[in-house]
Ligand binder design. Structure first.
Ligand SMILES: Cc1cc2nc3c(=O)[nH]c(=O)nc-3n(C[C@H](O)[C@H](O)[C@H](O)COP(=O)(O)OP(=O)(O)OC[C@H]3O[C@@H](n4cnc5c(N)ncnc54)[C@H](O)[C@@H]3O)c2cc1C
Length: 387
């Protein structure tokens, strides 16, 4: 049997013949791209690998907007088909950050809550890999406690006026639009009530986007300030006052996908390649075995969420479990590979040392982004009727 970490989990295949063939096509394409040097596999490439041309190439092959109906430029496929494609691009460390948020969560959100005009405006570009989105939820005083958002939108004649500050907004400086959670009614103390969502086209003359540098010196996320930004009435997404419910429905998509346990898989794959070439100790084999077993289990859980989403379910608790266990695994993988390989993480120290360095520097973000593990565990506790 071939090594699962290298061959993308074949032992636990959920795939039908059709999905097997999609997987094979995507894998062939990715290997050709690597061989042609169009990308170098990287850790956390769904967060930091911004390459619009690569996104457009995926789009032109029909591998984006898979679940978007054909009438909006998509392919009318299943959530599982999308997962198969996502598994492959992540395991190969492909640069997919440009389209990731739009394809993963804005397309379902626009389909669920958007007006016909909004769907026509954004969905075809998402499916082509040409329209990119950012998510404006977190604020300086509202991260884990998201219901404390202070950004406010007020009606002004036939438009909205938006004021406030969003924080940690991934990719806002490169996005064509940003979905913003804002208070439209009531006071901050009203919490979940009175929140609404807006689609803000970017760049916008009254929206200031300031880069925030992370520990690796790169600036993937931003502080975004709305200075009395005028938005057309048509910028409202869904129903006024239903923002909280809408955001919660997006979170299952955000928290459960394969990016929550595969961010550092390119490192494990590179290490296994080295071990195959140079030989391995028993301890190293045990480490590979343990990491592969954990990844395979997480994969089963993540796919279960995809199945439930496909069936119209709301698997919030299972999604929280996937993200808690998966994001912890991503960081532990880096540490265990570092120890068992004996290689020092270092940029300029060869391909493997560089992947290790990427993994080490990105690890602090894994259990924070998309909701911290403490918050996820409290969701699981609530799901068990404990509060
Ligand atoms: C790489 C990265 C990308 C991100 N991208 C985006 C984005 O695109 N859009 C966006 O809106 N946000 C984004 N975020 C923000 C992310 O969602 C928040 O960082 C996260 O929700 C935590 O909020 P906070 O940073 O305000 O921390 P806080 O909420 O202040 O939490 C600080 C610590 O206190 C703990 N804590 C807080 N409340 C509780 C509690 N009730 N019980 C127990 N422990 C608690 C937390 O678990 C955490 O350890 C991103 C974050 C990162 C790291």
């Amino acid at each position: 049997m071939s090594a699962p970490a290298l061959d993308a989990h074949t032992p636990f295949s959920i795939d039908s013949e059709r999905l097997d063939s999609v997987r094979a096509d995507v894998r062939t394409f990715l290997r050709a791209e690597i061989d042609a040097g169009t990308f170098v596999p990287a850790c956390d490439s769904w967060m930091s690998g911004f390459d619009p041309e690569f996104s457009a190439r995926l789009g032109s092959r029909g591998w984006l907007g898979v679940t978007i109906p054909e009438q909006y430029g998509g392919h009318g496929g299943s959530q599982l088909e999308r997962v198969v494609i996502a598994e492959e691009v992540l395991a190969h460390g492909a640069p997919v950050a440009a389209h990731w948020i739009a394809d993963r969560q804005m397309a379902p959100s626009l389909l669920n809550f958007g007006t016909e005009d909004q769907r026509q405006k954004y969905l075809p570009g998402i499916a082509r890999g040409e329209t990119f989105f950012a998510i404006g939820m977190s604020e300086p005083e509202a991260g884990s406690d998201l219901a404390a958002v202070r950004t406010r939108a007020v009606v002004d004649g036939d438009s909205w006026r938006l004021n406030g500050t969003k924080l940690w907004t991934t990719g806002a400086h490169l996005a064509h639009a940003m979905v913003v959670l804002a208070r439209t009614d009531g006071e901050i103390g009203d919490r979940q009530k009175g929140l609404s969502q807006f689609v803000v086209d970017l760049p916008h003359p009254s929206v200031e986007i300031r880069p925030i540098h992370s520990i690796d010196g790169e600036a993937h996320f931003n502080e975004v300030v709305f200075h009395d930004a005028h938005l057309p009435q048509s910028a409202l997404l869904g129903e006024r006052g239903q923002g909280w419910t809408q955001v919660m429905s997006e979170l299952a998509f955000e928290r459960s996908g394969p990016e929550r346990y595969l961010s550092t898989m390119p490192l494990l794959r590179a290490w296994v390649e080295e071990l195959r070439r140079d030989g391995s100790s028993e301890e190293q084999q045990r480490t590979v075995g343990l990491l592969t077993a954990r990844a395979s289990t997480l994969r089963q859980m993540s796919q279960q969420v995809a199945r439930e989403l496909s069936a119209g379910g709301h698997p919030d608790v299972l999604a929280a479990m996937v993200k808690d266990l998966g994001s912890t695994f991503e960081g532990e993988l880096v540490e265990q590979v570092r120890r068992a390989s004996g290689v020092e993480p270092r940029f300029g120290g060869g391909r493997f040392a560089e992947l290790l360095a990427q993994g080490v520097l990105h690890t602090p973000a894994f259990t924070l982004r998309g909701g911290t593990n403490e918050i996820l565990r409290s969701i699981i506790g609530r799901g068990m009727g404990l509060r």
